[in-house]
Design a binder for this molecule. Sequence first.
Ligand code: SAH
Length: 397
Amino acid sequence: MKIVRLKPKRDYPTRQGHPWIFSGAVDTVSREPENGETVQVVSADGTPLGLGAYSPHSQIRVRMWTFGSGSTPVDEAFFADRAARACSLREGFCERFRTDAWRVVNAEADGLPGVTVDRYGDVLVGQFTTAGAARNRDVIVKSLTEATGCAAFYERSDTDGRAHEGLEKTVGTLVGPEPPDRIPIHEGDTAFEVDVRGGHKTGFYLDQRENRRLVALYAKGADLLNAFSYTGGFGVAALRAGAASVTHVDLSASALALAERNTALNVPDGGGKSAFLQGNVFSVLREFRDRARSFGFVVLDPPKFAETRVQTMKALRGYKDINLLGIKLVVRGGYLATFSCSGAIDPKLFRTVVTEAAHDAGREVVVLHELRQAPDHTESLRFPEGLYLKGLLCRVM
Ligand code: SAH
């Protein structure tokens, strides 16, 4: 096996079980490994540290599959074991959370860097975002279909990040029949339809499942603004729970069309209480402000404004603007649920942004719940970068 030797004193994170090795920590590479090839990583003094996937095009040069000197080979048995572990971590999940859709593999946190797989009913939908994940795709797919008993696997590796890994985007059916246009799923008593072929990511924001429930708990009787609504998630859950009205705002016409369908699925006369506005949230919210419109509940769930740390400053301005506008629209005593899914912005920084927005809006904001990604989007203590979704559910006085 080809060997990646680290520079002196650069092996600490790897010894601690952190899966990323940046190019700056690499001293020498014995023969040039292929894209995604499994390599042996050793410290400067030659101590074996484990096996990882080599990414020659990426700043993250190696992503570790295994740790320690007696590492098992990265073969079919290894991936079968990882698949079994991911499934056992989520045992009982579907009964406990009353759902038939959940994240089956959450990349690094499940010991499978670059592998994200969601389950919608009996269909698995996966993204292989790194060279190592792509190279081992077929054996990973086999392990997961066997471990879950799912009859279909659809690939949605159309992520922008693939370019940094020297990979083309690719989508299509890998196992079983082509998925239908819309797959029905359930979260408790709420039903949704998911477009796994045309939707964002793998089709649905499963990471917000528990937060949708929490928002619904406070939404009764409120006029709710669902900003960045996508296919309606928060608003539909709120309407089902007795919200007086829901205003969905999103740029995407197809997402709003599905939000309309999801509304009809859950609340027969829900269409009459719902508005579906196609537009830019920043300008729609300004318009609402200028027309002195207000809401009992405002949900702000924007897309990732920061892809990298470098973009963080610009992203912070975006989060501040949107929160300032959002807070101003909340009636006194009403609610705000605000989120950031940028991994580069940690919970403390996000809190600071919301604090500044509240200050500028001249409103007292009281935090009721600190929010995060749903527990099937596992977070490993070894990999703090894996906590990407954070939010606050607040009372705005
Ligand atoms: N809250 C959703 C997920 C939101 S994802 C859920 O729980 O399912 C972010 C959404 O924001 C996407 O649907 C995207 O189309 C939309 N979007 C991105 N930028 C936008 C903008 N400036 N104005 C309106 N919508 C935007």
